[in-house]
Design a protein around this ligand. Structure first.
Ligand SMILES: *[C@@H]1O[C@H](CO)[C@@H](O)[C@H](O)[C@H]1NC(C)=O
Ligand SMILES: *[C@@H]1O[C@H](CO)[C@@H](O)[C@H](O)[C@H]1NC(C)=O
Ligand SMILES: *[C@@H]1O[C@H](CO)[C@@H](O)[C@H](O)[C@H]1NC(C)=O
Length: 378
């Protein structure tokens, strides 16, 4: 049997073969290296573009990840329950658009913010007031943290309690609670007006009348006046200067009706807050001075310097009158609506108060009876 005969290669050819083998080896390695490099670079690019929120990268793979649309940024929170601290909440609520025009259809809403201890005894009257206007309002309730409201699912007050903290009247915790209400309401971009109400407040007109009065106003409504007496300037502390000067010191009741710009000014404030917290202590009642003074310094020309909430101080004493069952009559209610005079958008007006306080729970039945005739709803 003949073994295959390989004629021995000449030494030159052996050398050439080794050389080609080496070349093939190196080229393969180089290609592999380039492949790994390319894959690596594109992975980095993808993760970068995802990190930057660009629509490129993974966003291009259809069906895998939805592209981010405007809805993500304008959708109101689906629940009022959150675990943000005040600091986190106020920071988030202070973010404000810098462009005047909204690139989407926005229905300006009124945020009705109830600062209460516990229940809202007059809620049946308010429910009649709100009926049929669901697109134009939102409700927020700040009560003592231990209080759990029980409203039926069908009520506009259902599920509208915000995370709350203990409030001591006349102390900074009142202003904290009001800022908390404002901040929660600011999270919904559709809210344009912010009304602070108590459990003793009632509306004096129907919803459409109140809505049009507010949305046409060029000013925010907060009582702010310069009282030279001991209960006004007498409460000023010189350690508040230079942020707050005596001539800028204002007094007013806490029940305001303000627009979005004023609400943001209050929530974002870090300049005046520490001054009032540290130097407006009883007998300086901070809830009568902080917002009126702060807003006067920041946005004086946007303030009406009056509140839309009617209250009766005529009986004297440190607290305004509270009205019960036997006070309420048709002529009593007409008396509140008539004989007023004030400035509205720079013009004389006889429509000056949209809300009134204080009404006790016993006033509910006669209020429900007279509201269709006198107040125009129910
Ligand atoms: C609201 O009240 C005004 C008068 O104050 C009246 O003209 C208007 O018809 C009322 N609107 C509704 C929906 O009842
Ligand atoms: C308060 O008054 C001082 C001295 O008159 C002045 O320098 C300062 O700017 C004033 N502060 C404000 C906030 O206007
Ligand atoms: C409210 O008072 C401030 C000064 O405190 C003033 O600048 C502003 O013009 C007043 N607003 C109106 C509507 O008169």
């Amino acid at each position: 049997m003949a073994a295959p005969i390989h004629p021995p290669l000449p030494p030159k050819e052996i050398q050439q073969r080794h050389y080609f083998k080496f070349l093939r080896h190196v080229t393969l390695k180089l290609l592999l290296f380039l492949l790994v490099l390319a894959v690596g670079l594109s992975l980095i690019a993808m993760s970068k573009s995802r990190f930057l929120g660009a629509d490129g990268g993974l966003g291009f793979i259809p069906g895998l990840i939805e592209p981010i649309s405007l809805n993500l940024w304008i959708r109101p929170p689906w629940s009022l329950i959150h675990d943000m601290t005040d600091e986190e909440l106020f920071w988030r609520a202070s973010l404000a658009p810098q462009r005047k025009n909204y690139p989407f259809k926005r229905i300006p809403r009124i945020a009705f913010m109830f600062l209460t201890k516990g229940p809202l005894p007059l809620y049946p009257l308010w429910e009649k007031f709100f009926e049929g206007h669901e697109l134009f309002y939102s409700i927020y309730i700040h009560s003592m943290p231990s209080y759990q409201a029980v409203f039926p699912r069908s009520s506009p007050f259902y599920g509208r309690q915000i995370p709350s903290q203990v409030v001591e009247w006349g102390k900074m915790s009142v202003c904290d609670a009001e800022r908390r209400l404002l901040a929660n309401a600011l999270l919904d971009f559709s809210n344009e007006w912010f009304l602070l109400l108590s459990e003793t407040c009632i509306p004096l007109y129907n919803f459409s009348r109140i809505h049009s009065y507010l949305v046409r106003s060029r000013h925010s409504f907060i009582s702010a006046f310069d009282d030279p007496g001991e209960y006004g300037r007498g409460r000023y502390n010189h350690r508040m200067a230079p942020e707050v000067n005596l001539s800028q010191w204002r007094k007013g009741s806490q029940w305001f009706q303000i627009n979005r710009a004023a609400a943001v000014a209050i929530v974002k404030d870090e300049t005046f807050y520490p001054k009032f917290r540290d130097f407006c202590l009883p007998h300086c009642y901070v809830d009568e001075h902080y917002f009126p003074t702060m807003l006067t310094i920041e946005i004086a020309d946007q303030l009406a310097n009056r509140s839309l909430t009617w209250v009766d101080w005529s009986r004297g004493g440190p607290h305004p009158a509270t009205f019960g069952e036997w006070d309420i009559s048709e002529s009593f209610l007409r008396g509140i609506l008539e004989g007023q005079s004030c400035l509205y958008n720079g013009q004389r007006s006889t429509l000056c108060h949209l809300f009134a306080r204080k009404f006790s729970p016993s006033a509910l039945p006669p209020l429900l009876e007279f509201s269709p005739v006198v107040l125009g709803f129910g």
